[in-house]
Ligand binder design. Sequence first.
Ligand SMILES: Cc1ncc(COP(=O)(O)O)c(C=O)c1O
Length: 353
Amino acid sequence: MIRIVEPIFSEEEKKAVIEIIESHRITRGEWTKTFEEEFARFIGVERAFTVCSGTVALFIALKAVGVDKGDRVVVPAMSFMATIDAVYLACGEPVVVDVDEFFTMDVDQLETAVKKYRPKAVIPVHLYGNMADMESIMYLSEKYDFYVVEDAAQAHGAHLKGKKAGAWGHIGAFSFYASKNVPMGEGGALTANDPEMVKNIRKWIDFGDHPAFNVRITEFQAAIGTLQLRKLTERNEKRRQIARIYSENFSDLFGIPKERPQSYHVYHLYTLTHPKRDRIVQGLKERGIDARVYYSYLLHELRNAPHLPTPRAEAFRREVFSIPVHPYLKEEEVSYIVDSLLSCVESPTSKGS
Ligand SMILES: Cc1ncc(COP(=O)(O)O)c(C=O)c1O
């Protein structure tokens, strides 16, 4: 089976893990500090804080911008469920809007939702590694006075007009779950520039005069994350090269991912659309390719949340599927995936039809 994701570690990571064991300093030590410094520098922000997951990063970000009982938070219809669940956990009330042709928050609908619901915060998601329209969203944030928490869980290193995901909003939230472009196993981070935001984030991280969870990561995670981060730029480039081959081959028969102008898509997932999606996914699986659907649900349906009309997301959820695009794919595997997908449309499997 060609797996949908494949985290790869080398001797460096093994050596670092053994050194940590031998040092007896297994939590909040030099590696964690190093990771936070290097991650902040990489994203281009003043501060980065590690936490135990992307979900926790989103929750703390919402609390840090002041979301509390009944505050409205706008989220897009397409994302992993943690995007909306974090709103409920922070005691907020989500409002769901449609996506645009890039699978990211539709800004016209955002403005309609903002006028109607006056949200405290908005969570654009850089879905699949593609940047949301951050320039327009930040403009609306100034105009209507709401906070922006970027869900950059799938977008390590993505950028728009030279500014990285996680550096546009008031706070950025990242995940380092095993499948992500920077994998730690489990883990997350918050990024911020504003001293007020940094202070508010700290309240949820440092034990002190404010009740808080323990959200720390271990030195093992920080070491693996640091070493993986140092390879990210090269690996994102490789993902983009594979994506280019896919798009050249698939553009006549499938809806291919669109890159927002002046942006750098990091292809956490390479996601296509086709009306016969289910048959094609089944056909790929039979050919040993781990194609998957991200996501077959819409966030407002999943959690029964208020929403604006979401025609685009409804069409996408029936048609999207993702194929392996990880940077360790061999040339012959990429060719095999191309040939297999083309043959699935020509003669899709009889099963599942
Ligand atoms: C878009 C998005 N948001 C949030 C999360 C939550 O991250 P975690 O699984 O680390 O809690 C994930 C990934 O899992 C994600 O893909």
